[in-house]
Unconditional design. Structure first.
Length: 396
C-alpha cells in the first residue's frame, strides 16, 4: 500500500457501532481501541444517532441524607424468606461448582485439590470440598506440600492458557491458544498446551450441522465463469473478494447476513443485514466493501450462482469498478471454501451459543464479532496465526 488511506464508514456501520456503544457495559475508550476508531468520532456518531429519549444512566441518590436510619426488627416470615434465599444460593453455588468440575469428580484427589485451589477465590473452600467429596484438612495439607518444578511450571502455564482461552470467550482451541502464547513470548510445546487444556476441560466451541440452503441457482440470469478455480490465495489486498450470505435464527424470524471477504487477509470488508435475502442485501454488502476499500480495476469478485449475485444491479456495480465476476460450479460449496469457513466460524463461536429474541440483538452481536473480534483480534490459521488486520499491514 502506498500510504495510509482515509477510512470510510457507511451509515449502517455507524448505526451498528452506536447500538453497540449503547448496549455494552464496556467504556467508550475500550470500544474505541477495539474498533480502531477515535473516541471523538464515536462520540459524534453517538450524539447524532442516539435514539430520541435515551439518557445516560444516573447514579441512585441516597435516601438517608446523612441521618441515622432505624432498621425495623424482621418478622418470622421475613426470617424464613432469608433462610430460603440462603439455601437457594447454596444450591445454585453447588450446581455451578458441579458444572465447572465435571471431569474432576472422576479424577484423582490431586486433580480435585487442584480444582479447589483454582476456584477458591470464587467459591468457599468448605463448599468446594463438600461437592468434590474431599476433606478441607486434606486440601490444606496438599497445599502445604512442596510441589515439583514441573508441577509449578504447569500450574503457571495453565494460568496463561486460561487467560488466553477466556479472552477469546472460549472460542480458541489448543492451536490458537498455543499461537497466541507464542506471540506473547510464552514458551511451551503445542502438545503440552493441548494436554493441559484437555485435562481442565477447555476446548474450542463446536459448530452444528444442518444449515439450510440460501442459494437459488435455478434462474435464467447470466452465469460468470469460475476464475478462481480453488486458488485460495491472493498476492495483495483487494485483488480477490469472496461473497456469500447466510441466516441467523431470532425470535422475530430469520436475520439474513451478506458478507464480502478479502481473500488475501481474510478480512470482512463488507456486510449487510436484513430480514430478507433479496438482491438489495448482497448489493448493500458490496457497496460497503467498495466504499471502504476503493479497489483498483481488475478485482475478481467470486460468489456462488445465486440469483442475488447474477442480478443486473449486482453485475452493474462490479462493472462500475472494473471488477470481473466469478462464480462457483453448480452445487459445489468447496469452490468458495474460505467463505464457507468464515460462516462456520461465525456460527460455532457466536450464533450457536446464543438465543436472540430480536433482530437488533443479533445484529449487535454479529457486528461486534466481525468488526471487533474477527477482523482485529482473532488469530487466523490460514494466514499464519495472525489477525486479518495484521495481515493487511504486511502488504503496506
Amino acid at each position: 500500500m502506498a500510504g495510509k488511506t482515509r477510512r470510510n464508514f457507511t451509515d449502517e456501520f455507524k448505526a451498528e457501532t452506536v447500538a453497540l456503544l449503547e448496549s455494552s457495559d464496556r467504556p467508550l475508550s475500550q470500544l474505541s481501541q477495539e474498533l480502531g476508531i477515535e473516541q471523538s468520532i464515536l462520540r459524534a456518531w453517538r450524539r447524532k444517532l442516539r435514539p430520541s429519549g435515551a439518557q445516560s444512566p444516573r447514579p441512585d441518590t441516597a435516601t438517608s441524607h446523612g441521618h441515622a436510619v432505624t432498621v425495623p426488627a424482621i418478622t418470622a416470615d421475613q426470617a424464613e424468606i432469608r433462610r430460603l434465599r440462603r439455601e437457594l444460593e447454596r444450591v445454585q453455588m453447588e450446581r455451578d461448582i458441579l458444572k465447572k468440575a465435571n471431569r474432576h469428580l472422576l479424577g484423582t484427589c490431586e486433580m480435585r485439590f487442584r480444582f479447589i485451589d483454582e476456584h477458591r477465590q470464587t467459591f468457599p473452600v468448605r463448599v468446594l470440598c463438600e461437592v468434590l467429596e474431599v476433606s478441607p484438612a486434606g486440601y490444606y495439607a496438599w497445599r502445604r506440600r512442596s510441589e515439583s518444578g514441573r508441577t509449578t511450571a504447569n500450574r503457571e502455564l495453565l494460568g496463561e492458557i486460561r487467560r488466553v482461552h477466556e479472552a477469546s470467550r472460549g472460542r480458541y482451541g489448543s492451536p490458537r491458544v498455543h499461537a497466541a502464547l507464542r506471540a506473547e513470548g510464552v514458551r511451551a510445546g503445542r502438545h503440552r498446551v493441548a494436554r493441559l487444556m484437555h485435562q481442565h476441560g477447555m476446548a474450542a466451541r463446536r459448530s452444528r450441522r444442518g444449515q439450510p440452503r440460501t442459494t437459488n441457482s435455478r434462474h435464467a440470469l447470466p452465469i460468470a465463469p469460475n476464475l478462481l478455480e480453488r486458488r485460495f490465495t491472493a498476492p495483495a489486498p483487494n485483488r480477490v473478494w469472496l461473497a456469500d450470505l447466510t441466516y441467523i435464527r431470532t425470535g422475530e424470524g430469520w436475520l439474513y447476513l451478506a458478507v464480502v471477504l478479502d481473500l488475501f487477509s481474510r478480512r470482512v470488508v463488507g456486510w449487510a443485514m436484513a430480514n430478507h435475502m433479496r438482491g438489495e442485501l448482497t448489493l448493500a454488502a458490496l457497496h460497503m466493501a467498495i466504499a471502504r476499500q476503493r479497489p483498483a480495476p481488475g478485482l475478481i469478485a467470486h460468489s456462488d450462482r445465486g440469483s442475488q449475485y447474477a442480478a443486473s444491479d449486482y453485475r452493474a456495480a462490479l462493472a462500475g469498478i472494473g471488477a470481473r465476476a466469478s462464480m462457483s460450479r453448480k452445487g459445489d460449496p468447496l469452490d468458495n471454501a474460505p467463505m464457507e469457513s468464515f460462516f462456520k466460524t461465525l456460527k460455532a463461536e457466536l450464533v450457536y451459543n446464543a438465543e436472540y429474541a430480536t433482530h437488533s440483538e443479533a445484529r449487535r452481536d454479529v457486528f461486534a464479532f466481525m468488526e471487533v473480534w474477527y477482523n482485529r483480534q482473532r488469530l487466523h490459521s490460514a494466514i499464519g496465526y495472525i489477525t486479518p488486520e495484521q495481515m493487511e499491514l504486511t502488504a503496506a
